[in-house]
Design a protein around this ligand. Structure first.
Ligand code: SAH
Ligand code: SF4
Length: 361
């Protein structure tokens, strides 16, 4: 069986070379070729000895997902559709801003957590991505975007905020982070890699111990009663525990704050009273807020808060000393905004059908 080197951490690659009777430092050389120079054919790795290249050609591959489509938005947001296996495709989005370029990657095909306002959650869950499939998204985007005139990589930040709940694909995500942070590969600092979670607490604690990167937590509600509905995993890991886990994470993480994401749903979670309740809830946690205007999708049953409402909600948080950003909707014309990433999910949980039944009632 051939091994796919794209998803191996430096440690795993070194072990593989030792098994082949080679020196472990070859791992560094080959990693640079794969991740920094975007080379997938061993014969093009010109400073690797011919004998090793021949061995690799027989025993290994650098298998990247197949690029099905690339779209460019009028606001310069880009989206790539990548095929994993026939029938399963995922989307990756690049969002350029003045001071940075952020790549948003997916960690699962679909998501099992069924947040009611999320299109991915509505589609159900198919499977976890492998490390190679998550890294494959970054590999394609780095190759497509390259460096700017100053010689810096156009992608300066990576966020695990695409399809899926990264903490429910823990091992593959940890290995992905290891490759992202590795100087022989993408060499990003921990502060420039953000993992977004809806709050899978035990896995969050393991992340804190093993590979703390910047953290975004999808809050969306100021109390358990509402969050139980919007983010059903809250029934298992309620807010009090989540707040404690966040407090602990800040101490270990690379940033001295947590980013709380809060999707603005008209007449559901956007009142002034709820803003005040939210402030009470997070009072012991160093945090910033990112308000996300809800991106509608057919049959969602939700509407986006008005811009006046968002402003009023924001102002209350700001008056209490919080830093608040309102996420600009980017890439709307190519369906690349938050919660719009679809790809093709063949739901294995059959939950989709249940949803359809409920919606049709
Ligand atoms: N599963 C992780 C990461 C992926 S979702 C999480 O939930 O954090 C990334 C972000 O997009 C989350 O904050 C999520 O709540 C938000 N989101 C999902 N659907 C959305 C929609 N329709 N409009 C706006 N934001 C949405
Ligand atoms: Fe999954 Fe995140 Fe969507 Fe919830 S918001 S269903 S956790 S992808």
């Amino acid at each position: 069986m051939t091994v796919n080197l794209l998803g191996l951490t430096q440690k795993e690659l070194a072990e593989f070379f030792v098994e082949l009777g080679e020196k472990p430092f070859r791992a560094k050389q080959v990693m640079k070729w794969i991740h920094q120079l975007g080379v997938s054919d061993f014969n093009d790795m010109t400073d690797v000895a011919k004998s090793l290249r021949d061995k690799l050609t027989q025993l290994a591959v650098v298998a990247v997902p197949k690029l099905l489509n690339e779209q460019l938005s009028s606001d310069d947001t880009r989206k790539w559709l990548l095929e994993l296996t026939p029938g399963n495709a995922i989307e990756t989005v690049f969002i350029p801003e003045d001071d940075r370029g952020t790549l948003c990657v997916s960690s699962q095909v679909g998501c099992a957590l069924a947040c009611t306002f999320c299109s991915t959650g509505r589609q159900g869950f198919n499977r976890n991505l492998t490390t190679a499939e998550i890294i494959g998204q970054i590999w394609w985007a780095y190759k497509a975007l390259g460096k700017n005139p100053k010689g810096e990589r156009v992608i300066s930040n990576v966020v695990l905020m695409g399809m899926g709940e990264p903490l429910l694909n823990f091992d593959a995500v940890i290995n992905t982070l290891s490759i992202l942070l590795d100087d022989m590969a993408y060499g990003l600092s921990r502060r420039r890699v953000t993992l977004s979670t809806s709050g899978v607490i035990p896995a969050l604690q393991r992340l804190q111990e093993q590979m703390p990167v910047a953290l975004a937590v999808s809050l969306h509600a100021p109390n358990d009663a509402l969050r139980d509905i919007l983010v059903p995993i809250n029934q298992k890991y309620p807010l009090k525990q989540l707040m404690q886990a966040c407090q602990s994470y800040v101490k270990a993480g690379p940033r001295d704050f947590i980013t709380f994401e809060y999707v603005m749903l008209k007449d559901v979670n956007d009142s002034d009273k709820q803003a005040r309740e939210l402030i009470q809830m997070v009072k012991d946690i160093p945090c910033k807020f990112n308000l996300i205007p809800f991106n509608p999708f057919p049959g969602s049953g939700y509407e986006t808060s008005t811009s006046q409402r968002i402003k009023s909600f924001k102002d209350i948080l700001v008056q209490h000393g919080f830093i608040v950003t309102v996420r600009k909707t980017r890439g709307d014309d190519i369906d690349a905004a938050c919660g719009q990433l679809a790809g093709k999910v063949i739901d294995k949980s059959r939950r989709h059908e249940k949803f359809m039944e409920i919606e049709n009632d």
